[in-house]
Design a protein around this ligand. Sequence first.
Ligand code: ATP
Length: 416
Amino acid sequence: VSAARHERVGLVSIGDELVSGRIVDRNSGEIAARLLELGFEVSEVRVLPDDEEKLARAFVDLCAEHGVVVATGGLGPTLDDVTRHAAARAAGVGLTRSEEALVAIRAAFAGRSFAMGVSNERQALLPDGARMLPNPVGTAPGFSVEIGGALVFALPGPPVEMRRMLEDHVLTELTASIASAVATRTTHLFGLSESVFADGVQEWMRRDVNPLVGVTAHAGVLTVTVRARGVGLADASDLADARLFEIEAAFREHVFSRPHGDLARVLGELLVERGISVATAESCTGGLLAARLTAVPGISAVFREGFVTYADEAKARTLGVPAELLARHGAVSAEVAAALSRGAAERTGARLALSVTGIAGPGGGSPAKPVGLVHFGVLVDGRVETVERRFPDRGRSFVRGLAVNTALFLGLRALS
Ligand code: ATP
């Protein structure tokens, strides 16, 4: 089942300040997300200046390919707000002052300390045949009008006004017209790249397949989304679930959570649930690992202590890492990672001790130990394992963020 024309939506964000980059377009992303949830397919987003001719052309264009077009912005009272004029031109109709709109604008000003200006009357102009959409949180009414067989909604630009009118008018009207149903499922993976994932799922990521699989990556966490379209919700859900199971089976060792991608929360909640105490010993991550774990509500029941032993001398003094070990292998080594986690466990009595020591850059790398090299120590009930990772050198915070997530993932894996 693919989206019918009336389920395909084009979005237009209007405003000179959006084109110049002074303001970033947030409206279209928000509208697209809401429409996708309902089963519509947003296939194009345009950002355009307050230029009547350009806008009119865009309306004609988008209406030829989409069943619905939602535009935001350019409904203000000043001469540079031309969305009404552009819509009228695209529809091939005139622009008339609407008494209904004028009454609504007067009412919006009634409770305000600013008087209504003459220019506000401009906001009562509507393309002939358009329906006025009341604006309960601002002065500019919106409207809907038919252009080339498509339904165009024009909403004010300010996000609070847009949001309210989207819910009140656009979504309620469109929900009634949707024929197919869409079900979305999400799962989170760690420890593989987007490209390895894509190679593994191949055809499932082609944009014309149903269900459609998408993936995004952040700090090593892959968020995988499955979106299925079916004749009813049960049908769509079955399709999405089946594909989700196949993906999770193919990447079993990497899957760590369905509802959210926060590794600290997954590990923290598991530790609390099982009553397993934890300590951390960090060098290059400078306490980020402890910060992430202690952000988890209820963690105080199990979190013992977080050490930030940055200098070699601190590693020796605070966690008893032998000076001889540091001299022989260097601070960034499997041996020191193991000693750090052992020291943290001994000092605190924690059953799980995670350690991180690495080279975050930009300086400090060498051919043998390049920027991005990180060693991890994972101790569970006295038994230590070490893991070495070579992360790409994409900057200090990238390496540190990836190192923290890797430590959390290794801790999670050691317990399961
Ligand atoms: P009014 O002028 O009556 O407030 P309008 O419909 O003319 O309404 P614009 O003038 O286009 O709206 O935008 C008003 C303000 O709303 C912008 O200055 C900006 O702060 C915000 N805004 C408009 N469009 C967007 C958008 N796409 N994303 C984020 N913010 C936006």
